[in-house]
Write a protein that binds this ligand. Structure first.
Ligand code: HEM
Length: 154
């Protein structure tokens, strides 16, 4: 078997080419965004989520009079960024956007359930669903202003 030593320029060239092509050939891990199905699926999931959240008796009160198309656009943008898609969320912080709505922990959990339902309806797999929910979980402390399980107006 030929042994390549690092003494000749040819051997150095071979080593460089091998290491460069190795880097390029390594398969990139799919992002959560890819696993969900990219923009078409995410857009559908968010539209479905917001329509249900606005009409569900557990979460609907906050959305009365809100601009639903705007919320859908911004939530899609935000989830695209959060899952590794090529988007930048252009809205305000979660604390600013939800300030004063007195959202309870119960309402937050109901909203998360509606998201799970929308993901399931769009055919998103279990591990991607769970991963998205766990990425959203830290936002609870910025959105919830009432620690109670109560639903509806405070
Ligand atoms: C992890 C969970 C949540 C995320 C990621 C999220 C994200 C967002 C985003 C990106 C917007 C648009 C911001 C804008 O208009 O500038 C928004 C608006 C809004 N969200 Fe949430 N939200 C969450 C939970 C909730 C919950 C639990 C409720 C109520 C039950 C809620 C009610 C609303 C309402 C009413 C608006 C419109 C506010 C307005 O028009 O000023 N959100 N949310």
């Amino acid at each position: 078997m030929a042994v390549i030593t690092m003494r000749t320029p040819q051997a150095l060239l071979v080593a460089c080419v091998l290491s460069l092509s190795g880097g390029r050939l390594a398969a990139a891990e799919p992002t959560l965004y890819d696993r969900i199905g990219g923009e078409p699926v995410l857009g559908r999931v968010v539209a479905d989520l917001i329509d249900h959240a606005a009409s569900d008796p557990r979460t609907g009160r906050s959305f009365h009079g809100s601009n639903l198309p705007r919320i859908k656009t911004l939530v899609t943008e935000q989830l695209c960024e959060l899952t590794g898609g090529a988007c930048r969320y252009s809205g305000d912080s979660m604390r600013e956007v939800h300030a004063g709505q007195r959202i309870s922990q119960g309402e937050f959990f109901a909203f998360t359930e509606l998201l799970q339902d929308a993901l399931r309806r769009a055919g998103v797999g279990l591990s991607a669903r769970n991963e998205l929910i766990s990425r959203l979980a830290p936002m609870e402390r910025e959105i919830v202003e009432r620690p109670s399980a109560g639903l509806g107006a405070p």
